[in-house]
Ligand binder design. Structure first.
Ligand SMILES: [Zn+2]
Ligand SMILES: [Zn+2]
Ligand SMILES: [Zn+2]
Ligand SMILES: [Zn+2]
Length: 315
């Protein structure tokens, strides 16, 4: 059986994901080696080099460094079997024999590929989502953790939803899959009901989705124990980045029996999970006794009206 070690492939041909052979786009580009040293010699710097680098990165680098098991880019340490099949350290920790040739894996590093990897510049893995930055291999990893084009997690409350994507995709997903109600406008009035409020200490209500100022906001309402005291918490999640979330303020109000509680805050980006927002208590907190007092004084039944408004901060 032929050895598939990526380093043994001819420079013009690489093994693609599906196993087919690709020709490099043209010979001029394939002769331009992308190592940092050569780039300096040719006097080519970031940006100027980007087009060639991008083409090269896509064809050769990306495929060489793609783990054949999980398809993610491999970061050092990169491992290989005694036949030269490479795999990432995450996949290696899950298997004992090579997934391709079934040889015992042992503990062989692919130092050559690690060195190639470290000398290259590669595009951000979210390139197809709109990020056009190119990075030295190592710092790319750091960038990707905070790249603004990385997909957002679904903000749905109740079950952990594994879906991620861009905002427009998630809005459609919330509507179609979770059947979330969507409202237009920046003011809202939402009623939360629970018949046996005393018996329930942990609950999440269906979120409500608002569309205003060209953005989407989620209103969350949940019950949990705060230092053993049962509370309700309402807050607004912003579907976008934190720097855009900061352009807005919102207020929430609950009341009854001639009393009311109000909260004014800044929407939190959905980059911060619901758990994170809950831990930081960044929202309207209502103790259960108070909430039941607002609910016509019925000590069993929660009937809470949350009203609110979102507005743009004038800079
Ligand atoms: Zn892998
Ligand atoms: Zn193997
Ligand atoms: Zn990026
Ligand atoms: Zn979801």
């Amino acid at each position: 059986m032929a050895t598939l070690c990526p380093l043994s492939a001819s420079p013009k041909k690489t093994i693609a994901r599906g196993g087919s052979i690709h020709e490099a786009p043209n010979s001029a580009e394939s002769q331009t080696r992308p190592s940092g040293k050569d780039s300096t010699l040719m006097g080519v710097k970031h940006g100027v080099l980007s087009k060639t680098a991008a083409v090269l990165s896509k064809t050769i680098v990306h495929e060489l460094l793609e783990c054949p098991i999980c398809m993610n880019i491999m970061y050092p340490p990169i491992h290989q079997c005694s036949n030269g099949h490479t795999l990432c350290s995450k996949c290696k920790s899950k298997v004992r024999s090579c997934p391709i040739c079934r040889q015992e894996l042992g503990n062989i590093r692919c130092l050559a590929l690690e060195r190639v990897a470290q000398s290259l510049e590669v595009p951000c893995r979210y390139e197809s989502l709109g990020c056009h930055d190119i990075f030295p291999y190592k710092s790319r990893f750091r960038h990707e953790k905070s790249c603004q084009f990385r997909p957002y997690n679904c903000p749905y409350a109740g079950v952990e939803c594994p879906i991620d994507g861009n905002i427009l995709f998630l809005v459609q997903h919330l509507k179609n899959y979770h059947q979330v109600d969507m409202h237009d406008g920046s003011t809202f009035n939402h009623r939360y009901v629970m018949t046996d409020a005393q018996g329930v200490e942990n609950a999440t209500w269906m979120l409500t989705l608002f569309s205003c100022f060209g953005y989407h906001f989620c209103l969350h309402f949940e019950a949990f124990n705060l230092q053993r005291a049962p509370v309700y918490m309402a807050f607004i999640h912003f579907m976008g980045e934190e720097h855009d979330a900061k352009k807005f303020n919102y207020s929430l109000e609950v009341g009854g029996n001639d009393r009311k509680l109000t909260w004014q805050g800044v929407p939190r980006s959905i980059r911060d999970s619901r758990a994170t927002v809950r831990e930081s208590l960044d929202g309207l907190i209502i103790h259960r006794n108070m909430a039941l007092f607002f609910s016509d004084g019925n000590i069993q039944e929660l009937k809470l009206n949350v009203t609110g408004r979102i507005w743009e901060i004038q800079s």
